[in-house]
Write a protein that binds this ligand. Structure first.
Ligand code: P6P
Length: 335
């Protein structure tokens, strides 16, 4: 019988290799896992309970807030603010830094998350996910946290990953020692190791991009996307685009491929496309690099980008190394 390994056992195993994975970090991850189990339960019954549809409110990104978004955000903040391991948080749903209320002990870590990415798909029962990114605080211990504790390069992350709520609920994460996938066994309520040491194929068979934006791309971007449509290409690619970042990323991580969300020229206020650096691109970039892949904005390594603001957007090309290198080659030649 195959050995059953829970996330906690796996972390304790890693703890020997990674001084960072202290008991406090394990506690942080366990609280995150509990929140994800609660979110998974609600997502899985979303069709049955009247939490679908829109609240009519608009979030900081100017998007309609789906009730499930709100629920996931509230659960994560509620669980994590009292865990005693964080000094601050940031959420894709909140405009500003989220402080730890004085009633709860402050800690040494910072958590940045997208509570329910792809939530506009929830009504059509498409897989959606929670993306998380963990940093060590930079300011001295105590209550005075500042934005500098959050605006850190992706390369400074101590851990990153995501939960995907699909045909099964999975957790995929890294602490810098490879990428490991766990599948929730609802009968025991535990995430069990199902995908140890994930490695992304060096070249993919899928390219993921929303081609309806073709009119809004510059010539270099069109050239980059065209490479993957080119029949002369030795390994012609299949287009797979779900419109849910975690679902598209997860498929490409396991099967190989590239996800692209380029800058587009539609909205001069958003010259860097739609995806956020801190709560989407940077955590997934850490995962993909630990799995042997790459992530760039076309020119720079995502993990090297120095963030200037919490909800900074960034063009994203992420996935199999050879495919991302091809995109960078095309952008470099266009200089
Ligand atoms: P578009 C969901 O809203 C999201 O942020 C990602 O999950 C997804 O990859 C992207 O937007 C889809 O955006 O513009 O193609 O609909």
């Amino acid at each position: 019988m195959q050995r059953i390994t829970t996330v906690t056992e796996h972390l304790l195993f890693l703890q020997k290799e990674s001084p960072m994975a202290t008991g406090r970090f394990t506690h942080l991850l366990n609280e995150l896992i509990l929140a994800a189990k609660i979110i998974s339960r609600e997502v899985n019954k979303a069709g049955l309970v009247d939490i679908l549809g829109f609240t009519g409110e608009i979030n900081v990104q100017g998007e309609e807030v789906v009730k499930l978004d709100e629920f996931a955000n509230r659960i994560l903040i509620h669980r994590m603010e009292r865990a005693g391991v964080l000094c601050a948080m940031a959420s894709e749903e909140n405009a500003d830094l989220i402080e730890i209320p004085p009633a709860f002990p402050s800690g040494d870590y910072v958590l940045i998350f997208d509570p329910l990415d792809g939530s506009s798909n929830v009504d059509s029962n498409v897989s959606i996910g929670t993306i998380f990114s963990i940093y060590r605080r930079k300011s001295p211990p105590g209550r005075n946290v500042n934005l500098g504790d959050l605006l850190q390069k992706g390369a400074e992350q101590v851990a990153a990953g995501y939960f995907i709520y699909g045909s099964s609920t999975m957790m995929v994460y890294t602490t810098g020692h490879g990428v490991h996938g766990f599948t929730l066994d609802p009968s025991v309520g535990e995430f069990l190791l199902s995908h140890p040491a994930i490695k992304i194929p060096p070249a993919g068979k899928f390219y993921s991009v929303n081609e309806s934006y073709w009119p809004y791309w510059d010539e270099t971007t069109r050239k980059a996307v065209s490479y993957f449509k080119n029949p002369e290409n030795k390994s012609p690619y299949n287009l797979r685009y779900i419109g849910s970042l975690v679902a598209d990323f997860h498929r490409n991580l396991l099967a190989g491929g590239i996800f692209m969300y380029p800058a587009d020229l539609r909205d001069p206020k958003k010259p860097s496309g739609k995806l956020r650096l801190m709560c989407e691109a940077a955590p997934l970039a850490m995962v993909v690099e630990q799995a042997g892949g790459m992530a760039t904005d076309g020119k720079r390594r995502i993990l090297d980008i120095d963030p200037q603001e919490l909800h900074q957007r960034v063009p994203l090309f992420i996935g199999s190394k050879k495919d991302v290198e091809k995109v960078m080659e095309i952008y470099k030649a266009a200089k």
